[in-house]
Design a binder for this molecule. Structure first.
Ligand code: GDP
Length: 309
């Protein structure tokens, strides 16, 4: 198949693109440097130059809490903008199959766990990234609207708390797994006696290794044909305390762990219902958290010069 991946050099794209190429597909892997997806004329040019029959649409403007709080208009503008002309041009170019990825953050902040796909739009997302989350949820509605009106086989998936190589390891705005890996690594390197981690340790998250997200996306491309979104996750909870202990052990940091309770815990328990994923794809993640954290740390140590710090 002739495939196009937007956001191909990002976190999920970096895992997905090599898999597509191994399968023998002809893949155009685009980053933000190739075409400006906010300009309709450029998108038209893109489809003229590549004529894909399948698209993985992963391009998005992402950022941490501080960026989300200080530049909400940019998150709305970019994430709605990246999708609006892109989907219309994809339709006009006859793209038959499109896979859109959004985020667990689109669910309301007080969704009970396990979070079922039906809970989407039952309340407002967490305040900290509300504009981003609503833009991404609106992008899902856009994909669904094209499917309904034009009969296009376009689908949307919601990954859980994904982690792995090529993630954002920045000190200020990373998610918890890369944030801890970075902090533990440098604490060990510096011979620090203690390390500070956020919150109380009691929140529960549902982690999935990036290669499992990519594997599920490939299966969804083959098997999933619905206007409803599908959660892609492990469906299992791990407390932040357990995660902190695992990362500490993996990195080999033996100092004291100090919990900074002034930092927010966020959503208390966030576990995704993966019944639909199991039934529709027959999929179970292959990489458990112990193996996944080790793979991620090994990658981080070996690629520290090119990791997003
Ligand atoms: P989200 O809350 O599901 O969006 O995902 P995060 O990856 O940001 O996980 C947040 C949870 O991990 C919260 O309970 C935080 O208090 C806790 N946490 C502990 N240390 C860190 C850290 O260094 N970075 C982040 N992002 N979260 C941390």
């Amino acid at each position: 198949m002739t495939m196009l991946v937007t956001g191909a050099t990002g976190f999920i794209g970096s895992s997905l693109v090599p898999k597509l190429r191994q399968m023998g597909h002809n893949v155009t892997a685009l980053s933000s440097k190739d075409y400006n997806l906010l300009e309709q004329a450029e998108i038209r040019k893109l489809f003229k130059e590549h004529s894909p029959d399948t698209v993985f649409h992963l391009a998005a403007k992402v950022g941490g809490i501080v960026a989300n709080k200080t530049t909400p208009a940019e998150f709305i503008y970019n994430n709605l903008g990246l999708n609006t002309y892109f989907l219309e041009q994809a339709r006009q170019a006859g793209v038959k199959r499109l896979v859109y990825l959004f985020c667990g953050c689109a669910y309301s902040a007080d969704s009970p766990s396990p979070i079922k796909e039906e809970y989407l739009f039952k309340g407002l997302p967490d305040q900290n990234a509300m504009y981003y989350s609503i833009a991404k949820a609106t992008n899902f509605l856009q994909v669904q609207a094209y499917r309904k009106q034009y009969g296009l086989d376009w689908i949307s998936l919601i990954p859980g708390n994904a982690y792995g190589p090529n993630d954002n390891f920045s000190d200020k705005n990373s998610h918890v797994v890369p944030g801890l890996i970075r902090r533990f690594h440098f604490a060990k390197e510096n011979g620090d006696k203690s390390i500070t981690v956020w919150g109380t340790g009691s929140p529960v998250r549902d982690f999935i290794y990036v290669d499992d997200v990519a594997a599920a996306m490939l299966l969804a491309l083959q098997k999933y044909h619905s206007d409803q979104p599908m959660n892609i996750s492990a469906g299992k909870g791990t407390t932040i305390k357990e995660l902190v202990e695992l990362v500490g052990k993996t990195v080999g940091f033996e100092g004291e762990i100090i919990w900074d309770k002034t930092k927010p815990d966020g959503h208390h328990v966030k576990i995704f219902d993966v019944t639909r994923m199991r039934e529709e794809l027959g999929f179970e993640p292959k990489v458990d958290l112990i193996a996944g954290v080790k793979k991620t740390y090994d990658w981080f140590r070996d690629n520290i010069d090119k990791a997003r710090l």
